[in-house]
Write a protein that binds this ligand. Structure first.
Ligand SMILES: Cc1cc2nc3c(=O)[nH]c(=O)nc-3n(C[C@H](O)[C@H](O)[C@H](O)COP(=O)(O)OP(=O)(O)OC[C@H]3O[C@@H](n4cnc5c(N)ncnc54)[C@H](O)[C@@H]3O)c2cc1C
Length: 300
């Protein structure tokens, strides 16, 4: 991550939340499920699919984790009622992963069941390295228990990802491949931009050659070009891959991918817990310094 961005974002944390929210709204649909419905509907009108995420993470109280489970089921219900072209993304620490992994599994299970009854799909996001093994373990347990309507995420910056991908290929997993957003130590994670890109390309080729369904989640032109090349070279069927992008990031690229005839899904987060997610997005935004200065100097 860019050190200037880190500095600017650290100073943002001193601002009142009402000001930070003004910037955050670029990356989230709003605070309520109706906001997400409105946004997904407009994406769908432009032939873009969505994955909806109820914001929140690192829950330490069982009753909060249970509330996350109800909120996720509410989203699935709303998607079905409104006939939206959208699935659900969840973070396991929001469902109690850090409390107890068996509790977490049983708290996610009703979500998987409901998704299955609607013919919908649940993507399990990947969080920091302290949760990688347990997250993959819970994903693998769902698959072993017959839930084929779920997929997981692999982070290209993690050194372990190549061996994780080998296991996922054996299971014909549905995998979203991203670079990874959490700050991890060098002994377990690649740190240099080029190393992360090269590992991304390696893992992408492994997954496509291995016959996995792949969500190619990146806004990096270089990786998108490499993905186009790999898809053409391997003659990958249209339904076996999709591009995925975050709400509020690079709409120019989004339009180009759709115009090229590819499937594209946008990650649409909403909810009251927008702060931590937005801070991560700010750190990745090369223009964040400009936005903040403009707002401070001109009140825009
Ligand atoms: C659909 C989706 C789901 C994801 N799920 C996870 C997950 O489960 N776990 C996880 O660790 N990470 C996840 N990520 C985040 C991912 O790991 C990266 O941190 C993020 O996508 C930025 O990496 P990049 O590949 O876009 O490359 P970058 O090199 O970071 O970005 C490429 C270009 O995109 C633009 N850009 C990137 N970010 C922003 C921004 N915030 N604001 C404005 N412009 C920006 C810039 O022009 C930049 O030069 C997800 C990303 C996507 C797209």
């Amino acid at each position: 991550m860019n050190p200037l961005n880190n500095m600017i974002v650290s100073s943002l944390q001193l601002f009142p939340k009402s000001i930070v929210k003004r910037f955050a709204l670029r990356y989230i649909a709003g605070e309520h499920v109706e906001d997400a419905v409105r946004l997904v509907r407009s994406l769908n009108a432009g032939r873009i699919m969505a994955t909806v995420d109820v914001l929140g993470e690192n829950v330490s109280d069982k009753s909060d984790a249970e509330k996350s489970s109800s909120a996720a089921r509410e989203v699935l219900k709303v998607i079905a009622e409104n006939k939206l072209d959208a699935n659900l993304s969840i973070k396991l620490t929001q469902f109690g992963l850090n409390i107890d992994k068996d509790f977490c599994y049983s708290n996610v299970k009703p979500v998987m069941d409901l998704a299955k009854s609607y013919g919908n799909f649940v993507r399990i996001d990947m969080e920091d390295s302290g949760t990688t093994s347990t997250t993959l373990g819970i994903y693998e347990k769902f698959r072993a228990d017959g839930y084929d309507n779920t997929g997981v995420v692999i982070q290209a910056y993690m050194r372990r990802s190549e061996s994780d991908v080998r296991r996922l290929i054996d299971m014909k997993a549905s995998v979203r491949l991203c670079k990874g957003i959490y700050i991890e130590p060098e002994d377990i994670a690649f740190k240099k931009r080029e190393e992360i890109r090269q590992n991304y390309i390696l893992l992408l080729n492994m997954l496509l050659e291995g016959g996995c369904k792949v969500g190619i989640a990146t806004h990096d032109d270089y990786l998108i070009r490499s993905a186009y090349d790999a898809i053409a070279r391997l003659n990958v069927q249209r339904n076996n891959f999709e591009f995925q992008m975050l709400l509020g990031v690079r709409s120019d690229l989004r339009d180009r991918i759709v115009a090229d005839g590819h499937r594209l899904r946008i990650y649409v987060p909403f909810g009251e817990q927008w702060y931590a997610y937005s801070m991560r997005r700010f750190k990745e935004n090369p223009q964040v310094a400009g936005y903040v200065l403009k707002s401070v100097l001109f009140g825009q």
